[in-house]
Design a protein around this ligand. Structure first.
Ligand SMILES: NC(=O)c1ccc[n+]([C@@H]2O[C@H](COP(=O)([O-])OP(=O)(O)OC[C@H]3O[C@@H](n4cnc5c(N)ncnc54)[C@H](OP(=O)(O)O)[C@@H]3O)[C@@H](O)[C@H]2O)c1
Length: 504
């Protein structure tokens, strides 16, 4: 098989569409997200020519920065955080000319009139087509005032006109069902849903997108992708790091809100969804929504059996963490998708910090063979079921485990792996999630962004679990050693079903 050539082309990749002219406006541009992710992503999009020639990126924040000072700050940020080696002076020169800064507090109406003047100047003679992409890279508490003032200043055009306005909102999308609904109502008051782009960078990862491609661009796997052949599914998102300096934030969040409600349910929905009618955003998002609606509702009498929480030893000593904190840093859940395809197949989810290995993956464990044909029970007992693993990060790739005869004069069976690694197959690191997502938002493709109904469906499902543990705080925390695979209760959860977690 020919190896597919390098990922980082000098020219625009085949089939890629350039974004239309537009102004990109980052509220909170002096902050961490803009420096570490957004600016490096925009810079990297210029390299293969994916950013439009007629483009401007405007930062808004409370710094007394001139345009020139902003460019210097962003050059340092790109130099430090871009996945590419250093900043190419020639490319940077062209890119920097498109950067501008507006100083101001988000609460002050004057900030928005300055911004309007700046945008008018940049859009002189229709250079940017009147198109605007606002990015709220700010704490969620700032969303209401920014949206209301943008609207009041006439900076948000309704959909359907020649020029478009879109707004990218950063997660968290609420902290429970009620607050998610309130945020959605606020967004709906100012924007049409078609203008609202809720970003979860997880969905921009190549390997997450590849779940769909793997399933629907290969005819041989789809017939097996159901309760007839799949015994159970494991979805793991394990980190080796602790909360570090984010203790205060994490205390308010915990693993259920930080990882399970969004990332794990997104991955579960992509894994379990039906084939969409078309590859269009609404069809794909519609099928994912059906999975969320089919999740078996957690009840007070099933939650203690189906959800195991844990906290790593040492968490309570992290800065910003209460000495008697019961915030979980680990969760394992047994989830059922009550539909025709998946009835009775458990989906085991686990996520946590300070675990033995950094790994995110989906593993489909196929059923055991129905009959032992080799005349020797001991051989058949050692035959492990097939496991198909989609590795999301790191070592991105796909593995298939199957049984094979071990060469020799006797009949012996062992498990072997077929292993596809992205870096070997495609010869380079895949692009950063933010690159793809920013480009899609400019092109108006919402496939990889979270829709209002899906956000509310995932909160509807997990809120009873959050409420249960609010009323019944976990006992015995901290309960797992850093560098382990979580608390004993995690193993119990699968042991009850006569299963074990995959060794990673
Ligand atoms: N950082 C990441 O990698 C990451 C990843 C995923 C999601 N997010 C989300 O992205 C958002 C931004 O995160 P971040 O890490 O960039 O936060 P951050 O570093 O705290 O940046 C927020 C920015 O907003 C500015 N700001 C806040 N209130 C303001 C006001 N009233 N007027 C003017 N400026 C104001 C801050 O200004 P000052 O600097 O002057 O305080 C700061 O520049 C958050 O919702 C976060 O949850 C971040």
């Amino acid at each position: 098989m020919t190896k597919i050539e390098a990922f980082r082309p000098a020219a625009m990749p085949v089939g890629a569409r350039e974004a239309p002219p537009c102004a990109f406006v980052a509220f909170g541009a002096p902050g961490d997200l803009t420096r570490r992710k957004l600016m490096p992503a925009l810079y990297n999009l210029t390299l293969p020519g994916l950013l439009p020639e007629r483009f401007a990126a405007v930062g808004v924040g409370r710094r007394a920065w001139s345009d020139e000072a902003f460019r210097g700050e962003m050059e340092r940020a790109v130099g430090e955080f871009s996945r590419t080696d250093g900043v190419d002076p020639e490319v940077w020169h062209g890119f920097a000319a498109k950067l501008a800064f507006v100083e101001g507090d988000f609460e002050a109406p004057a900030t928005y009139s300055s911004l309007a003047r700046k945008l008018d100047a940049l859009d002189r003679d229709g250079a940017l087509g009147g198109n605007r992409l606002f990015y709220l890279a700010t704490p969620p508490s700032e969303f209401p005032v920014i949206l209301q003032r943008l609207k009041a200043e006439g900076l948000i055009q309704p959909p359907g006109g020649e020029a478009w306005t879109r707004v990218i909102v950063e997660k968290p999308f609420g902290r429970d069902l009620e607050s998610a609904r309130a945020l959605n109502a606020l967004l709906a008051h100012v924007l049409d849903e078609s203008q609202t782009f809720r970003i979860d960078h997880y969905l921009g990862k190549e390997t997450v997108q590849n779940i769909l491609v793997f399933r629907f661009a290969n005819s041989m796997f789809e017939p097996l992708w159901n309760r007839k052949y799949v015994d159970h599914v494991e979805i793991t998102a394990a980190e080796t790091v602790g909360v570090g300096t984010r203790g205060r934030f994490y205390e308010e969040t915990g693993v259920l809100r930080d990882i399970v409600q969004n990332h794990l349910l997104e991955v579960l929905a992509l894994t379990a969804m039906e084939p969409p009618t078309t590859g269009g955003a609404e069809d794909i998002r519609g099928e994912k929504l059906k999975v969320l609606h089919a999740l078996r509702v957690p009840w007070d009498d099933t939650i203690p059996r189906d959800v195991a929480l844990g906290q790593y030893r040492g968490y309570r000593d992290e800065p910003g963490v209460a000495r008697d904190s019961v915030t979980p840093t680990f969760a394992a859940l047994r989830v059922f998708v009550d539909n025709w395809r998946w009835q009775g197949v458990p989906f085991y989810l686990r996520a946590g910090k300070r675990l033995a290995k950094r790994v995110t993956e989906v593993a489909l464990h196929m059923q055991t063979i129905p009959l032992c044909l080799f005349g020797r029970q001991d051989v058949c007992e050692r035959t492990e079921p097939n496991v198909l693993t989609l590795r999301i990060q790191p070592d991105e790739g796909i593995q298939l485990q199957f049984a094979s005869k071990i060469p020799g004069h006797d009949l012996a069976v062992g498990s072997v792996l077929m292993d596809m690694k992205y870096t070997e197959a495609f010869g380079g690191e895949p692009p950063e999630a933010y690159e793809r997502l920013l480009l899609d938002a400019m092109r108006g493709d919402a496939t990889l962004f979270s829709r209002r109904d899906a956000v509310e469906a995932s909160w509807t499902w997990i809120t009873p679990v959050l409420d249960y543990f609010q009323r019944n705080p976990p006992q015995g925390f901290p309960d797992y050693e850093p560098g382990s695979w979580g608390p004993e209760s995690c193993d119990d959860l699968v042991r009850r079903d006569r299963r074990t977690w995959r060794t990673l």
